[in-house]
Design a protein around this ligand. Sequence first.
Ligand SMILES: [Zn+2]
Length: 292
Amino acid sequence: MEVNNCPCCGSDQREQPMTVVDHMVSQEPFTVSFCVSCGCGITSPRPDEIGPYYESPSYTSHQDQNSGLFGRLYGLARTFAAGQKLRLIKRASKKSKGSLLDYGCGVGVFSSRAERAGWHVDGIELSAEARRRAQEKLKTGRVATHRDELDATHTYDVVTLFHVLEHLDDPAEALAWIRARLNTGGALIVAVPNYESPDAQHYGPHWAAYDVPIHYWHFTKASINALARLTGWFVSEVCPMRMDTFYVSLLSEAYKTGSKNWLSAVYQGIKSNVLGGNSNASSLIYVLRKAS
Ligand SMILES: [Zn+2]
C-alpha cells in the first residue's frame, strides 16, 4: 500500500527517495523517502501483508535464547538496558513503584525486571510466541494481544514504547489512546532509531535500523516533536541508547560489506557515540508528558 501523508505532521510532500533492502527476511528492495516538513522517513509502498516479513529466525526481540555472536551480544545488551530503563521510569515518574504499561513488550525482559522491582506491569504484545514467554515471566501482570483486552478502567503512571512506534500503523492514534490512560504527572517513554545519528549517516541505506519493511517510519527529533504536538504531548527529555549503536553498527557492517568486520563496526560505534553526544545517538529515548 502507498502511504501519502506524514504520520507526524500530515504533510504529503516528500524528498530524497532512497532504496533500502530488507536484509533480514526477503532481500526485497523498499523505498524510504523523507517528509520535507519534519524529516520523518516513510517506507512506501509497503506490503499489504506484513506478517511474513517478521518471520526471521533472528528477530531477536522475540527470542529468549540468543544464539551466535550477534544474538548473545544482543541478549547481554538487552539485560543491561533493562536496568537502565528501570532507572529511567523511576526518575521520569518520580515513583519507585507504580503502574506500568509496556506496550510492545516482546518476551518481557524489561516487564519482568520492573515487576520484580515492585511495579504493577501490564504488557501488550502481538506476537503469540513472544506474548506467551512474557506472560510466563510475569506473576501478577497481564500480557494482552490487543490493548482493548486490558481493563478499561486501569490507568498507568508510565507507558513505555521501546522500539515499537516505528512498527505501528497509526502512531498518532496510539499516542492519543495512551494519553487517555496515563495518570496526571505520568510519563510516556518512547525509544526509536534515529537516522540522523553519525552511524546512520556513515552506513547510509545499509544502516540496519532502517529495518524495512517492518519499520514503517524513521523518526528524527523534529518528527517526534511534531508528532507530540499533534497528539497533545511535549518532549521533556531526550536520552541516548548507546549500546544500540554497537549492535546496529555490527549488523550494518555486515549488510554493507558482506563480512562481519568487528574492528570497523566497533570503531564506528565509538565514533558515533562520541560525535552524537547525548542527543544524536543511534537510538534515542524520548520522555513525553501531557501538554496542558
Ligand atoms: Zn512530517
